[in-house]
Design a protein around this ligand. Structure first.
Ligand SMILES: NC(=O)c1ccc[n+]([C@@H]2O[C@H](COP(=O)([O-])OP(=O)(O)OC[C@H]3O[C@@H](n4cnc5c(N)ncnc54)[C@H](OP(=O)(O)O)[C@@H]3O)[C@@H](O)[C@H]2O)c1
Length: 270
């Protein structure tokens, strides 16, 4: 399977690194990157082929669209016609299958993928969506590629990609913000900046790993460390009084709404 990336930025680099780590042969990977310095750096780092423009003549089984969403309409319209069997996977936020397919002269084999930034360390979560035109074998190919940088989950209808974007796509930023908040509170308790950072970071990482590895639900793990009349209960009571849960729900709702409007705005480009 030959895989070509259109765009050689952060997301393409993360995927290339994951695929090579997973045993994919370097000779099967090509990155189309217009910035010469970026292309040279990619070739040196991964030992893969790069080119400034896409040529579908050499076998291209999979084309991964890894440009900024705003760059996509012009870049896709400028591509030469793709072989009908070429599977296109877009990792661009917001862009819907109908818009991508339209910019690709009606090309039908299009899968949408929404990874998140922990993909950079192989711990990503990617939401996947394919229209009915995409066969099971092609879906499997898409899943195998994205599984190189973490876990994958399919959604049944495209609107759910907005919710994926809101929960797991933007989610790392919510956690970074949580770490910032804990660090600020630790500073307020008199710790030095480095100790405050250590306390906030290691507590978050440790708790997340424990939750991921435990057969028990996070709610049960929380209940276990919340003794009646104890310190944790005192803290959680304040978080609840400050409407912690409804705030998270409203935040994700806002991100979901924004993902939908971005899809409308970006998809309107002719
Ligand atoms: N980064 C993430 O964590 C993440 C997570 C989920 C989804 N995504 C999606 O992944 C996509 C890529 O994001 P990124 O952060 O990797 O972007 P990026 O770092 O900007 O990479 C895109 C690269 O493609 C180049 N390029 C633009 N148009 C081109 C063309 N026509 N031919 C060849 N190269 C071209 C860009 O060059 P210029 O700099 O000259 O434009 C840039 O070097 C986005 O659509 C984003 O929504 C990213």
């Amino acid at each position: 399977m030959n895989i070509t990336f259109l765009g050689g930025g952060n997301m393409a680099s993360a995927l290339v690194a994951g695929l090579i780590d997973g045993g994919v042969a370097r000779e099967t990977l090509t990155v189309i990157e217009r910035v010469p310095e970026t292309a040279t750096a990619l070739a040196a780092r991964f030992g893969i082929a790069t080119a400034p423009v896409f040529d579908p003549k050499p076998a291209c089984d999979v084309l991964i669209l890894a440009l900024k969403p705003q760059q996509m309409p012009a870049a896709l319209k400028a591509l030469p016609p793709l072989p009908a069997a070429c599977l296109v996977i877009s990792v661009a936020a917001g862009l819907r299958v109908a818009a991508l397919s339209g910019w690709l002269r009606g090309h039908a084999q299009v899968v949408r993928a929404m990874p998140n930034t922990p993909a950079l360390i192989g711990r990503g979560l990617t939401g996947l969506y394919a229209s009915e035109a995409v066969q099971a074998q092609e879906r499997q190919k898409a899943e195998t590629i994205l599984a190189a940088v973490g876990r994958t989950v399919w959604v049944e209808n495209e609107a759910q990609m907005d919710a994926i974007t809101a929960v797991s796509g933007s989610g790392p930023a919510y956690l970074f913000h949580f770490i910032e908040a804990m660090e600020a509170a630790a500073l307020h308790q008199g710790f030095t900046p480095s100790v405050a950072r250590l306390l906030a970071l290691e507590t978050t990482v440790g708790a997340a790993l424990l939750a991921a590895q435990s057969p028990e639900a996070p709610a049960l793990l929380r209940a276990r460390v919340t003794s009646p009349g104890g310190t944790t209960e005192a803290a959680l009571k304040v978080l609840n009084e400050k409407a912690w849960l409804p705030a998270m729900d409203a935040a994700i709702e806002a991100a979901c709404h924004r993902a939908h409007t971005l899809g409308d705005e970006l998809g309107a480009a002719k």
